[in-house]
Design a protein around this ligand. Structure first.
Ligand code: ZN
Length: 192
């Protein structure tokens, strides 16, 4: 096949050279709920075309690559004294896969147990192109299934306003869970 970026022959959808050049993560941090860190591996603008692949079949392979380069590396270096689970937002299946479940699954390590289908949004409408006020007035209204771990890492692919993550954190708090931090592939904040 050909690399989707440079179009040279490649064994993967993105060749090794492009992966090294363009997909070496650079962690950035912002905060929601005043103090909860959200770590992002890439700037949205740098990988936008790759992120948009989630609306197609090829997104499965692209998200596998991104998950491997970002989330898996993170998990390899993560240690915590108690059991932690990771939970993805919006992990229902479209196009035969769930893009956030791919990210979540790649966190599997001795300290992190990924869990699936925990958070369900009652309101699934797309926020794409909607402003902050609209998103605020149309909350996701998450329901949360039970699970045994007290500590949680929340996973999503993109952080924009932070409202979706905030609502998910609140739904977990109601269940008595503590969210340690959130992990997203890309930060879509317009500044910097
Ligand atoms: Zn390439």
């Amino acid at each position: 096949m050909r690399c989707l970026i440079c179009e040279k022959f490649s064994l993967s959808h993105i060749c090794d050279s492009c992966q090294k050049k363009l997909l070496t993560p650079k962690l950035s941090t912002r905060k929601i709920l005043h103090s909860l860190p959200v770590y992002s591996f890439y700037k949205y603008g740098h990988i936008e075309s790759l992120l948009l692949s989630k609306h197609t079949d090829v997104g499965f392979y692209i998200y596998k690559i991104l998950a491997h380069r970002a989330f898996k590396k993170f998990a390899d270096n993560f240690e915590f004294e108690e059991g932690v689970c990771s939970i993805a937002i919006d992990d229902h299946v479209r196009h035969g896969y769930s893009h956030t479940a791919i990210l979540n699954q790649s966190l599997t390590c001795k300290s992190i147990k990924p869990r699936i289908n925990i958070l369900k949004a009652q309101n699934k409408e797309s926020y794409s192109g909607k402003n902050y006020e609209y998103r605020l007035m149309h909350p996701r209204e998450f329901t949360c299934k039970g699970f045994k771990e007290e500590y949680v890492i929340l996973v999503d692919d993109i952080i924009t306003t932070g409202l979706t993550l905030t609502q998910a954190v609140n739904a977990l708090h109601v269940k008595g869970k503590e969210v340690l931090f959130c992990l997203t592939l890309a930060d879509a904040r317009e500044k910097d």
